[in-house]
Design a binder for this molecule. Structure first.
Ligand SMILES: Nc1ncnc2c1ncn2[C@@H]1O[C@H](COP(=O)(O)OP(=O)(O)O)[C@@H](O)[C@H]1O
Ligand code: SF4
Ligand SMILES: [Mg+2]
Length: 362
């Protein structure tokens, strides 16, 4: 299924230049995100006239491919544009520029109702707060049946599928006749997963699916997600602000800062030898399980700057421990640093950063 909306630029530009960080030689692409931007207009507060006085550049030029059966971890501090990117990918937000192609078809410009329905079925979201994403007045069985109804699945099969899915996510048949408030947070996220998987999608975008849960239940939900991902061979974009979560579930990781991907590569490589100072800073904030590795705390000063007035040059420069003159004048683009690890930085780390304990410095 190839959409006529597909831009011909892939023929004219080099693959690496077009999709930095994509594994080389794979052709089982599920999702292609091309030069995606999402700007929210800021309007003046006049009673008579409403004028656009600026833009919130939440997503500012993302190129990305997702392959069949892979989990891409997407990380970055709050406000970096992760949720806006995922909403724009699934079609909940219209892009300002760019395209999202799911199995070659343009998500935002379906060619027919059939194609629209097919795409709705093929891409699903799991949200951070399972309670808010479930209808409180609906029995679980009705929530789970809804997509089956929309897609005209035979009524007799609907009930069977609902009960099968409940079992797959570790719930019991009797749970079908309960309301969301009767479940714990972890159980609700199991229902969210069942709802996302019930139509056997090609891609799930999970936006911080465990960050609202107690630490004690996070691991069981993460394990379940991995099991289900393997069983269904579904691709996944797994969003988290906690890097340790992403490390355990994803094959590749993309680090986002102020609307852009600043580092992308195989998870092991990025965690072992991060190239971008922002990734190094994020990693320095998580505990190392390996006692032999000592740790240097690189304190990330301040919050993510406003995506309205972006810093000139490198967006990370005002907070970067390596910033130099050039960083405040030019904006770096993603370049391959090593082994398919790409980073947008003029002075990337090329060797393993040896972290030292804070106490050692004092
Ligand atoms: N609907 C919206 N209208 C205006 N600004 C928005 C909207 N949604 C998100 N933003 C802004 O876009 C930026 C990115 O937000 P978001 O995508 O939620 O980041 P993240 O998920 O990484 O925390 C933030 O500055 C946020 O305030
Ligand atoms: S380009 Fe400069 S400011 Fe930006 S991350 Fe690299 S070293 Fe830091
Ligand atoms: Mg978010």
């Amino acid at each position: 299924m190839v959409s006529s909306n597909t831009a011909p630029m892939s023929e004219t530009r080099d693959h690496d230049e077009l999709f930095p960080g994509s594994p080389k030689g794979r052709d089982d692409v599920i999702l292609e995100v091309r030069n995606l931007r999402k700007y929210f207009p800021i309007k003046s507060r006049s009673i008579l006239f409403s004028k656009v006085i600026g833009h919130i550049k939440a997503v500012d030029g993302i190129d990305l491919q997702i392959f069949r059966g892979e989990i891409l971890g997407l990380v970055g501090e709050s406000g970096c544009g992760k949720s806006t990117l995922s909403k724009t990918i699934v079609g909940l937000e219209e892009p300002t520029t760019g395209q999202v192609l799911l199995n070659g078809a343009d998500i935002h410009h379906p060619e027919s109702r059939e194609q629209f329905m097919q795409m709705r079925r093929s891409i699903q979201m799991v949200f951070q707060d399972p309670y808010n994403s479930l209808n409180p007045r609906r029995l679980v069985k009705d929530t789970l049946r809804e997509p089956l109804l929309i897609h005209n699945i035979e009524p007799k099969r609907q009930e069977e599928i609902v009960l099968e899915m409940l079992k797959k996510v570790g719930l019991e048949e009797y749970h079908a006749l309960r309301y969301p408030h009767e479940f714990s947070g972890g159980q609700r996220q199991r229902i969210g997963l069942a709802r996302a998987l019930i139509m056997q999608p090609d891609l799930i975008i999970a936006d911080e699916p465990v960050s609202a849960l107690d630490v004690s239940v996070q691991a069981s939900i993460l394990n379940l997600m991995q099991e289900l991902q393997e069983e269904f061979n579904v691709s996944m974009i797994f969003i988290a602000h906690d890097l340790s979560v992403v490390k355990h579930v994803s094959n590749r990781v993309a680090v986002m800062y102020l609307g852009r991907i600043v580092e992308i590569g195989p998870t092991d490589e990025v965690f072992d030898t991060p190239a971008h100072p922002y990734t190094v800073s994020l990693l320095s904030a998580i505990p190392f399980p390996d006692q032999d590795i000592k740790k240097k705390k690189i304190i990330l000063e301040g919050d993510v700057p406003s995506p309205v007035n972006l810093p000139t040059g490198c967006r990370f420069a005002p907070r970067c421990y390596k910033a130099q003159e050039r960083c405040h004048q030019e904006e770096p683009v993603l370049e391959e640093i090593r082994n398919n690890v790409w980073a947008a930085c003029f002075y990337p780390e090329s060797e393993k950063v040896i972290f030292l304990e804070m106490e050692d410095e004092q």
